[in-house]
Design a binder for this molecule. Structure first.
Ligand code: FE2
Length: 326
């Protein structure tokens, strides 16, 4: 504080006088702050949300009449949560987007510190991504990872538009601020290998086998968590399989979640939102919001959540608490 502040503090004849001096010097009395800093339990401003694939695909088709990959490095449609002036975050720590790439197009190589993944919705032969020089085919239902600082670019050498869902931890990186991003100096990265399988690629057929080997939960669902944490340390990724007629047990936790419907359809109750979902839809579950999915036909949901950012700091709370085996 400068000399003026010292004089003003000495001259104050009431608390109100002091508050004015505090304010001028960008200080606030903890007992007199405008809003509480602690509260009894989480109270996310983020809302339960649902975006429909059919509408998103049409929106991207229309945009494709004007926007090429020359203009838009990625032709994507961000799914933002209408909270405050937010126009990016889907939930507090994650963002989801639909992306479309037309035949003959490629999305230039770039890399960034946020982790990213793709959930492929519609793809014909000739769709692939290149991650750190590794060419990985993109087929319907596949999940592909592009971890922190990995060069990645996408190609459609087929004869029809391809669509997928991106999920990234960009909002988490925004919160902590270690954002780095760069475009590839040559725009296109060379392909150095084309393996049959790779730790960044999870084909749907493989996922089905893993899901089938998982035990049936008391609510009738099967759940399989991808062994991807070493590549995507901020996100827990997994599948929930719901046979027709089952409903996942209502639960909430401090994790924020984004779901993509890989197959099937049904209804969901997320907080106070009740909605009917179908293949390709995206649903957002904010922190501490109870949710349950009911399947009207055999369904598989893919989920990304931010549990790994909470667990090391003892910030993950689950309600109801998991029942431990006796
Ligand atoms: Fe990217």
């Amino acid at each position: 504080m400068d000399q003026d502040a010292t004089q003003a503090l000495r001259a104050a004849s009431s608390l109100d006088d002091l508050y004015a001096v505090f304010d001028t010097n960008r200080m606030t009395a903890g007992w007199h702050k405008k809003r509480p800093s602690l509260w009894r339990e989480p109270r996310s401003d983020f809302r339960p949300m649902h975006w429909r694939y059919g509408e998103a695909a049409l929106a991207l088709d229309r945009a494709g009449e004007w926007v090429g990959t020359e203009l838009a490095e990625r032709r994507n449609l961000l799914l933002f949560n209408p909270v405050g002036d937010n126009d990016y975050d889907t939930v507090r720590t994650l963002v989801a987007a639909y992306q479309m790439i037309m035949p003959g197009e490629h999305a230039y190589a770039h890399r960034h510190t946020p982790n990213a993944l793709r959930v492929v919705l519609d793809a014909g032969p000739g769709l692939y991504t290149v991650v750190e020089g590794v060419k990985l085919p993109m087929c319907e239902g596949d999940v592909l990872l592009t971890p922190n600082w990995a060069w990645h670019s996408h190609y459609n050498e087929g004869n029809r538009p391809a669509y997928w869902i991106d999920m990234l931890d960009v909002p988490f990186v925004h919160l902590l601020e270690p954002m780095f991003y760069e475009q590839h100096p040559d725009k296109i990265q060379p392909v150095t290998s084309e393996p049959n399988e790779h730790p960044y690629a999870y084909p749907l057929a493989w996922a089905r086998e893993q899901i089938a080997a998982c035990p049936v939960q008391p609510d009738g669902t099967r759940r399989f968590v991808l062994p991807a944490t070493q590549h995507m340390p901020t996100m827990k990724l997994g599948y929930t399989q719901l046979p027709r007629g089952t409903a996942s047990a209502p639960a909430r936790s401090t994790a924020s979640r984004v779901f993509a419907v890989l197959e099937g359809g049904g209804t969901a109750q997320i907080g106070d939102m009740r909605t009917e979902w179908h293949r390709g839809d995206v649903l957002a579950v904010p922190s501490w919001t109870a949710f349950s999915f009911t399947a009207d036909e055999d369904a598989i949901l893919f989920e990304a959540n931010d549990e790994p950012t909470l667990v090391p700091f003892n910030l993950l709370r689950v309600d109801p608490a998991p029942v431990l085996p006796a």
